[in-house]
Design a protein around this ligand. Structure first.
Ligand code: SAH
Length: 251
């Protein structure tokens, strides 16, 4: 039997209408759907009723299935001749480990396609009225993880980021916010630098907390802010109040 194919598909940040047309197209033809925790339920319903749906529920704290097992699963289903749709929140190549899955597929000579998605790194700030760049305030952006693999080869150099990038977007950063903020201030950022923490961005559960770098970690604890959240650090956060447009934002 001919090998199937794997589609590494981004489902967008949460609002299901931010799904791409290409994602809808490949889902309609899926034999197998492999999905994560942050994939909205309604998107799963776009796959055929009889498609096999496999939850591999990854979150930063708990890995339901190891990455290695997920890679194997994708390869095995494709070897069985299936059209496999691998759904990931946001964009598959932005902290989605899509790169590792693409490597595993390449190593096993399985054909694949990547369907980019709207990343939460950009969309959650947008729904909070925060443009990541602006002619007057920011001409550079970095997207970084707050939850780095312990064995990462190049640990994040917060001091260098603080000195060279106007807007810093942190994903998976709620748990480590205190040490991130401290490192950024040691790197030269003012304790007055505005910070936005956007929980469940683009969904009806969206809540945006606006604070200052010096006190944000404390406020996040006090207000019980929980992942998933996107953290934005930079002058552009000041625009959030003025440009707020998403009526569901409830904080
Ligand atoms: N590939 C995804 C990111 C996966 S890492 C993307 O491109 O968006 C998971 C992290 O993404 C979460 O810890 C959180 O920081 C962020 N995230 C994903 N969806 C989010 C949402 N709706 N609101 C806020 N943060 C979100």
């Amino acid at each position: 039997m001919a090998h199937g194919k794997v589609f590494l598909v981004g489902t967008g940040p949460g609002d299901p209408s931010l799904l791409t047309l290409k994602a809808v197209e490949v889902l309609k033809d899926a034999d197998v759907v492999v999905y994560d925790r942050l994939v909205p339920e309604s998107i799963l319903h776009l796959a055929p009723k009889d498609a096999e749906k496999i939850y591999v529920g990854k979150s930063s704290e708990k890995h339901q299935l190891s990455q290695e097992k997920i890679n194997e699963l994708l390869v095995d289903k494709a070897v069985d001749g299936k059209r496999v749709v691998r759904l990931k929140g946001g964009d598959p190549f932005v902290f989605g480990r899509g790169g590792e899955e693409a490597e595993a597929l390449t190593d096993s000579k399985i054909a694949f396609e990547v369907v980019p998605g709207v990343t939460s790194a950009v969309a959650a700030p947008a729904y909070a009225g925060i443009p990541l760049t602006h002619r007057d305030y920011a001409s550079s952006v970095a997207v970084v993880t707050g939850h780095q693999a312990a064995d990462a080869e190049s640990p994040i150099d917060w001091g260098r980021l603080a000195g060279s990038v106007d807007t810093i977007v942190v994903l998976m950063g709620v748990g480590s916010l205190e040490s991130t903020a401290t490192s950024l201030m040691e790197g030269g950022l003012s304790s007055d630098m505005p910070v936005a923490v956007i929980e469940w961005g683009t969904t009806e559960k969206q809540k945006t907390l606006i604070a200052r770098l010096g006190t944000v970690a404390e406020e996040v604890k006090e207000k019980n802010v929980k992942p998933p959240a996107v953290i934005v650090i930079g002058e552009v956060v000041n625009l959030g109040g003025k440009l707020s447009w998403f009526k569901m934002d409830s904080r």
